[in-house]
Design a protein around this ligand. Structure first.
Ligand code: AMP
Ligand code: GLY
Length: 431
């Protein structure tokens, strides 16, 4: 059966990029994005829905008789959107809530990594009752460690600690002050690793994995990787300091394939995008985290480089017949620069008028995230990360120059953007 109607769940730049890629592959496709944003409204139909109301999403998919649901956000996967679609017989790309625990519980992910022999940081997990054991492990590491809230904490539940006092304070914040609410009642303490970071997406049918070009996001708000963490201020693919083919071969063999095999053996097969967050340490590749979805903003640079049909790969995954290997990528590189609203990543201002998005070069992409059209049709800011301008070039420097040259045409009051997206990450630049 052909795919005529697709429902994409979510409202960010990632979902705009997914919708764009599906329509690139199949221009006649009917695409619904729920709830979508000001950008998806221009290429698809937006329908309001609460993405963590699994039954409401599945009902919408049934009512609109879609042939395929693609889940964007982790919260939707963790809330059981795939389970609700499965129950109605609706094909869905995205893991069940049980398989999505690879992202929604860091302890679960560590246990899977241990069972599968996947290279990762040494670790110790526990709750307030295990404080003595956790403190013992911190002392054993000499205090240099990372304390992670076990559950989903909007990407903010990771505390990098330089010494014992900082690490103990991090435990106090999790257990005493409940800084991350229930998500932090259980923690994972990890050995502190160093090295550049890379994200790899593996699209899986539960058995086999097809990998996409590696990417890197830039999480800090300011140039030189300084200031507070954000949802991601931009991304580059492939990262300039990696050898993509060698990396993908190693990551498939040592990380993605064993993870998918172990999840299947445990009775929770994973169908969807398995995202490996990796650190290239002096001792080799180590997994920092798994996510159960496409990354944002990495998707906004990975999909423009994909030289195969995303829709075909995703459909093959859902049917249990994806072919393993590396998906073909266009030569060259892609750089995506995020324009964020005033105040981001703190309290953001909304409602500023956005101009210039229609003045970009034809082959430069503008993926919307926090945008909405007002009653008069004016595009306005409606969230922290407002949009991402993505350009492709023969190399990273060329792609960078085009992305920034085009971003300069976009305006709204308070626009914040980094000027160094795609540049190699400065060693030790953290504050
Ligand atoms: P996570 O959400 O687990 O990927 O962690 C968020 C960020 O924290 C990562 O992108 C890294 O920059 C940092 N991080 C996580 N785990 C470690 C680790 N074991 N050593 C050093 N940095 C880490
Ligand atoms: N770019 C990081 C994430 O999607 O989690």
């Amino acid at each position: 059966m052909g795919i005529a109607r697709v429902l994409i769940v979510g409202s960010g730049g990632r979902e705009h990029a997914l919708a764009w890629a599906c329509l690139r592959d199949a221009p006649e496709l009917s695409v619904i994005v729920a709830p979508g944003n000001g950008g998806t409204a221009g290429i698809a139909e937006n329908i309001a829905v609460d993405v963590i109301d699994a039954q409401a999403v599945a009902r919408l998919a049934a009512e609109r008789e879609v042939d395929l649901v693609i889940i964007g956000p982790d919260a939707a996967a963790a809330a059981g959107v795939a389970d609700a679609c499965d129950a109605r017989g609706i094909p869905v790309f995205g893991p069940t809530a049980a398989a999505a625990r690879i992202e929604s519980s860091k302890t679960f992910a560590k246990r899977v990594m241990e069972a599968a022999g996947i290279p990762t940081a040494r670790w110790c997990a526990g709750d307030a009752a295990d404080r003595t054991r956790l403190s013992g492990f911190i002392a054993e590491l000499g205090g240099a460690c990372v304390v992670k809230a076990d559950g989903l904490a909007l990407g903010k539940g990771v505390m990098v600690c330089a010494d014992v006092a900082e690490a103990e304070r991090a435990l106090d914040e999790c257990f005493g002050e409940l800084r991350f609410g229930d998500a932090g009642r259980q923690v994972v303490v990890e050995e502190l690793l160093t090295g550049p970071e890379v994200s790899v997406f593996g699209l899986s049918d539960g058995r086999r994995v097809r990998t996409l070009v590696p990417a890197r996001d830039h999480k800090r708000i300011f140039d030189g990787d300084r200031g507070p963490n954000t949802g991601g201020m931009g991304a580059v693919a492939p990262p300039p300091d990696t050898a993509p083919d060698a990396l993908l071969g190693e990551v498939s063999r040592t990380v993605l394939d064993p993870c998918i095999a172990t999840l299947r053996e445990q009775g929770t097969p994973f169908v969807g995008c398995l995202y490996a967050g990796l650190m290239l340490t002096p001792d080799g590749v180590r997994v920092l985290e798994f996510n159960a979805r496409f990354g944002d903003p990495e998707t906004q640079v990975v999909l423009p480089l994909l030289d195969e049909s995303l829709l075909d790969i995703v459909t093959a995954c859902v049917r249990g017949e994806v072919s393993a290997g590396v998906a073909r990528a266009r030569p060259g590189a892609a750089v995506g620069v995020v324009a964020a609203a005033a105040g981001y990543p703190g309290d953001v201002r909304r409602g500023d008028a956005i101009t210039g998005t229609d003045a970009l070069d034809d082959d430069v992409l503008c993926f919307h995230a926090g945008t909405a059209r007002d009653a008069g049709g004016t595009l306005r800011t409606a969230g922290g990360r407002v949009l991402c301008v993505t350009a492709i070039g023969p190399d990273v420097e060329a792609a960078r120059a085009r992305a920034y040259g085009n971003l300069a045409r976009v305006h709204f009051d308070g626009l914040q953007a980094r000027s160094d997206i795609g540049r190699p990450v400065a060693a030790g630049a953290r504050s």
